[in-house]
Write a protein that binds this ligand. Structure first.
Ligand code: IPE
Length: 267
């Protein structure tokens, strides 16, 4: 039996890969920046990588319009489920194409096909195909998704949660949460000039983060939820790096530990 090499998980945040201010608009330039770096991580750094992307202006507005994040309450939402799936799959295909353009051997996975939750906690999470795919040398590409929840009807599982769930089931060495800002700030850097980047967070730290009320629609809980998954991962001994992947070489610097302007979450 060959032990699976510890894997790097890269989450491409919706704010980095889509324009959150405009519905259904990918940031093609960011995809073009990220794709060759993923290839380099595999070919040069010999990393075993799982990529997860968020919903951004594809998943969130549709999920919100149908209150999918509130669970199943009425029949009209059934069409909403289909539309959220469609939105995520359209974005998924765009990312698949961008990665293929740069010769990244990627294997697309859609979580609602292999994840079932109860009150947001997976009761089924069929990780074996992902694991075997990875072992073969492919890069599994997953996305935040709407899944069936046996208690709530629907549940939106974020890419951040997927990273956490994978780390509970596979040997994971590091998680990168790629976004369009340098990391976690003391307050929202997009609205406040006083915002200061928090460079290191220890799981034992008491931290104070002020979020702005002006956040764009985010059905999975925004920055605080992201931080709680990052801390949960760090508690498992897996370091998490939150940083900017919209600039060239940004992802490589975050993975290689060469980026000073980011937030490290450590055990
Ligand atoms: C959301 O995934 C998926 C849906 C809305 C269906 P994420 O919560 O990971 O997306 P981002 O990164 O915040 O956009």
């Amino acid at each position: 039996v060959i032990e699976l090499r510890a894997t790097l998980i890269v989450k491409l945040g919706g704010s980095a890969i889509t324009r959150k201010d405009r519905v259904f608009s990918p940031r093609d330039n960011v995809l073009e920046i990220v794709a060759p770096q993923l290839r380099e991580l595999v070919e040069v750094d010999k990393e075993s990588v799982i990529v997860i992307h968020g919903g951004g202006s594809f998943g969130h507005p549709v999920a919100s319009a149908y209150s999918i994040d509130k669970g199943y309450t009425n029949k009209g939402q059934l069409l909403g489920f289909s539309k959220v799936k469609r939105a995520m799959l359209v974005l998924h295909l765009k990312i698949l194409e961008a990665l293929l353009e740069y010769g990244v051997p990627v294997a697309p996975f859609s979580p609602s096909n292999f994840v079932l939750t109860r009150k947001g906690v997976p009761v089924n999470f069929v990780v074996k195909p992902v694991k075997e795919t990875l072992e073969l040398g492919l890069i599994p590409l997953l996305h935040g998704d709407v899944v069936i929840d046996v208690e709530w009807g629907f549940y939106i599982i974020s890419g951040d949660q997927l990273a956490f769930e994978l780390a509970n089931r596979l040997p994971v060495k590091k998680v990168i949460f790629g976004t369009d800002v340098k990391g976690i700030y003391t307050e929202d850097p997009k609205v406040s000039e006083r915002a200061k980047l928090i460079r290191v967070i220890r799981v034992t730290d008491k931290i104070c983060v002020k979020t702005s009320g002006e956040e764009v629609v985010d059905v999975t809980g925004g920055i605080l939820r992201k931080l709680s998954y990052a801390i949960a991962l760090a508690k498992m001994g897996i370091p998490v790096v939150i940083g900017d992947i919209t600039e060239s070489e940004g992802l490589l610097r975050l993975v290689r530990g060469n980026e000073k302007e980011c937030t490290l979450i450590l055990p």
